[in-house]
Design a protein around this ligand. Structure first.
Ligand code: BTN
Length: 317
């Protein structure tokens, strides 16, 4: 219902509670309740006695038509859902149904968005991009090493091409602007770990989210906060899908090694003093980029060590 209300308000004009209620077949009190919930999620929907409700500046809701309009991606590969638990979960279901590489699920909101290391990914309605793409590869899980880093590079490059920001990558899969988190990538595996396997690449990107009731446990930013203008999520989604399709084909044939030099240009940890914590150890050293498989190279007085994703977390010391 909240998305239906937003659709009616998407032109940025006022619409009365009576008109909204009549169009949607619910009471004015119910409309008011939904508007409150939208406001609690940080959407700039205001009310004015006599005029009704207005989504300040309006907004574009995601649609398959608008996404494929700017992209050569076939329509049957793209789904947009109003509300899911997690787009990764839906895409993992797609893997089991036999959906091909490139099949992509978007959602306007997630009730149980998954972050790395068991965290929750804040997914308020109609403000950000939450999507998951299927990537199939033969050759077992080894063929997927460095995949989330390659995806991070692609996203950071698209963002830097399209907006006046300096998006960087933090190993293994954070997208940062001015040291704050703009987005993240969560790769989940399915299929046969030693043969034909599939990955679901989940991407969360903060687009039009502003400080609000969102309870996020780390410093974050969004494109609107960095650039000062609302972002068209459909246009950005199209560009991302386009570039991902091209670069995932490169990854499939050449692996992460083909992306290493591009990582170097975006790497926020290179030359920095780092603390690396794993389940049983704490290491310190200077970040020296990544190896051909996407492992993080760290130089300490004891020599060089390479860390692989999943096992550790890294912070600047
Ligand atoms: C991280 O912790 O940095 C990774 C966050 C990944 C979030 C995205 S949002 C779309 C997809 N669906 C999920 O449940 N998670 C990923």
């Amino acid at each position: 219902m909240q998305l239906k209300i937003l659709t009616l308000l998407s032109d940025g004009n006022y619409c009365s509670g009576r008109e909204l209620g009549e169009t949607l077949g619910i009471t004015r009190a119910a409309i008011w309740k939904h508007i409150k919930q939208l406001q609690q999620q940080g959407l700039p929907v205001v009310s004015h006695r006599g005029k009704g409700y207005c989504w300040v500046g309006g907004g574009d809701l995601l649609s398959v038509d608008n996404i494929i309009n700017g992209s050569p991606i076939p329509e049957e590969l793209v789904r947009v859902y109003p509300d899911v638990a997690s787009t990764n979960k839906v895409a993992l279901g797609g893997v089991l149904e036999g959906r091909p590489s490139g099949f992509t699920v978007f959602a306007e909101q997630q009730s149980a968005g998954r972050g790395r290391r068991g965290r929750v990914w804040a997914s308020p309605v109609a403000q950000n991009l939450y999507f998951s793409t299927i990537f199939r590869a033969g050759g077992g899980v080894q063929a997927l090493q460095g995949l989330s880093l390659a995806v991070g590079i692609v996203i950071a490059e698209v963002i830097n091409d399209c907006y006046d920001v300096n998006c960087k990558v933090k190993w293994p899969n954070d997208l940062l602007v001015s040291g704050k988190k703009l987005g993240g990538i969560l790769v989940e595996l399915a299929g046969d770990a030693s043969g034909d396997c599939a990955a679901v690449i989940g991407i969360g990107l903060n687009c039009n989210m502003k400080p609000s009731a969102q309870d996020i446990d780390q410093p974050w930013t969004s494109l609107v906060l960095e650039c000062g203008a609302t972002v068209s999520r459909n246009t950005l989604a199209a560009k991302l899908l386009d570039r991902l399709q091209l670069d995932l084909a490169v990854f499939l044939s050449e692996g992460f090694a083909a992306f290493k030099s591009r990582w170097k240009k975006l790497d926020v940890l290179a030359g920095e003093q780092l603390l690396i914590s794993g389940p049983k150890h704490l290491d310190a050293g200077v970040g020296c980029g990544v190896d051909d498989l996407g492992g993080l190279r760290v130089l300490s007085p004891l020599g060089e060590k390479v860390f692989y994703g999943g096992e550790v977390s890294v912070r600047l010391s």
